[in-house]
Design a protein around this ligand. Structure first.
Ligand code: HDL
Ligand code: ZN
Length: 440
């Protein structure tokens, strides 16, 4: 259909109207360009490099289905904003009762406009369910007819996800049992070694390592640091991780307290460098701001990125993946990434994974970093969330890329569909995979 282009006076003919049904060349070109970008973004499979999903071999650790979707901690937090219900009264209910309470409050009695609510509906719609009746029992019945393996294939296909990176913690009893009993690896799932307690709760981590047979003492002496490296080596042997990962509080300091600093400098980073593994850092999490909300009770606080600059500068041969939780840190983080080639930014994490923030952050990163970052990760806790987290993100990223390629077109620069595919593949996990191979 021809656009009604805003004609200009010189377009006016004696007999014709002031505004003609005319499409100037550039508008046609822009339209074709937009279509190309949309097509490429929608068809390019993504590498989801940070999730809380598990291969089916991990049993109940892999959460899926409508009730798990509804009791997702974001929806629990939003639900409590509607209730006078005592926190413990909610937690004492079984999962299906909790799900019904959330469905009633956030979907039936109030329009589900929040990103987490909208996401549930995007997912159900993509699965072919009619959400208009608002009939939770019918939705449950649909899920009852499906098994996890078939659902996994369906969800990955609908979400356009080619590979899922898990978050694997040796400190999680249920998960550790699966790794120690052994499971036949599923190529769709890769692994990241999550080590938060090592730096955030060294006394507890030390007790755990000691109970697991590592000769570690409270003070980080040479033997202890060697045993921490052995712990990392043993678990890397189990997991074959793509990277090590930790989330950090707003007040994380480097150099900081002597124990944390020595664990970083003489255990974690030497191990990572020796195995060419990035250390993924996630600044700005305030854990248990409201403990009564349990997993839903974490908050955010602006991080001091100067600590990270010092870390990146002190370890130029180490690689770092970074995604920050505070909106206020996003621009600073882009500038830090411009200064350090051993830093790779990824995703719009957690509270920033909402359309307005994904747009702002992706635009900022493209303008400051070009294509040398990973646009998104899902952080999915429930398998079905892959559908909405990737549908919503693709829509926003496509919009930003259209603007950027139009900016190029305005200079006369023409991008081909193959070049757009190359660029989108980079943003969708290709740049991450290239970063994994790099050595500095
Ligand atoms: O620490 C993390 O990796 C976070 O992503 C938490 O899992 C958080 O609870 C979350 O699910 N964010 O989306
Ligand atoms: Zn996460």
């Amino acid at each position: 259909m021809l656009d009604i282009g805003a004609g200009t006076p010189e377009n006016k003919t004696d007999s014709g109207p002031a505004f003609l049904l005319v499409t100037p060349d550039h508008a046609l070109h822009d339209h074709r360009l937009d279509e190309m970008v949309e097509r490429v973004v929608m068809r390019t499979p993504v590498y989801d490099i940070h999730t809380h999903l598990y291969a089916p071999a991990f049993g109940s650790l892999l959460r899926w289905g409508i009730d798990d979707l509804l009791v997702y901690h974001s929806l629990v937090a939003e639900g409590f904003r509607h209730w006078e219900l005592p926190y413990e009264k909610f937690w004492s209910q079984d999962k299906s009762t909790q799900a019904e309470l959330i469905w009633t409050s956030l979907f039936v009695q109030s329009s589900p406009v929040s990103e987490a609510c909208r996401g549930v509906l995007t997912t159900l719609h993509a699965l072919g369910l009619d959400v208009r009746p608002r009939d939770l029992p019918v939705i449950r019945q649909w899920y009852a007819g499906h098994k996890v393996e078939g659902h996994l294939m369906r969800v990955m296909d609908l979400a356009g996800v080619r590979t899922i990176c898990m978050t694997n913690s040796p400190f999680d009893d249920q998960e550790r049992a699966v790794w120690q009993s052994g499971w036949s690896r599923d190529a769709r799932f890769t692994s990241a070694l999550r080590i938060d307690p090592l730096l955030l709760d060294w006394p507890a981590a030390r007790r755990h390592l000691a109970a697991s047979g590592y000769q570690v003492s409270e003070a980080p002496d040479a033997r202890t640091l060697g045993e921490v490296r052995r712990f990392l080596s043993d678990w890397s042997h189990h997991l074959r991780p793509l990277y090590l990962m930790i989330s950090l509080p707003p007040d994380f300091a480097y150099p900081g307290d002597p124990t944390t600093t020595r664990l970083i400098e003489e255990a974690i980073l030497p191990f990572c460098e020796a195995h060419n593994l990035p250390f993924a850092l996630m600044p700005g999490v305030k854990r248990a701001v409201n403990p009564a909300l349990r997993e839903a009770g974490d908050g955010v606080g602006r991080a001091d990125l100067a600590a990270y600059e010092r870390l990146f500068a002190a370890f130029p041969r180490n690689k770092f993946l970074v995604t920050a939780l505070p909106r206020e840190n996003q621009h600073d983080l882009c500038v830090v990434a411009r200064k350090f080639r051993n830093v790779h930014l990824f995703g719009c994490w957690w509270f920033t994974n909402v359309p307005s923030m994904v747009d702002e952050i992706t635009r900022m990163r493209l303008e400051l970093l070009g294509l040398s970052f990973t646009a998104q990760h899902s952080d999915a806790q429930v398998l079905d969330q892959l559908i909405y987290k990737w549908q919503h993100s693709r829509r926003v990223v496509a919009g930003v890329l259209k603007d950027k390629y139009r900016d190029l077109a305005a200079t006369g620069w023409q991008v081909s569909e193959a070049e757009i595919s190359r660029d989108v593949e980079a943003l969708s996990g290709g740049a991450f995979e290239a970063f994994l191979l790099r050595r500095f």
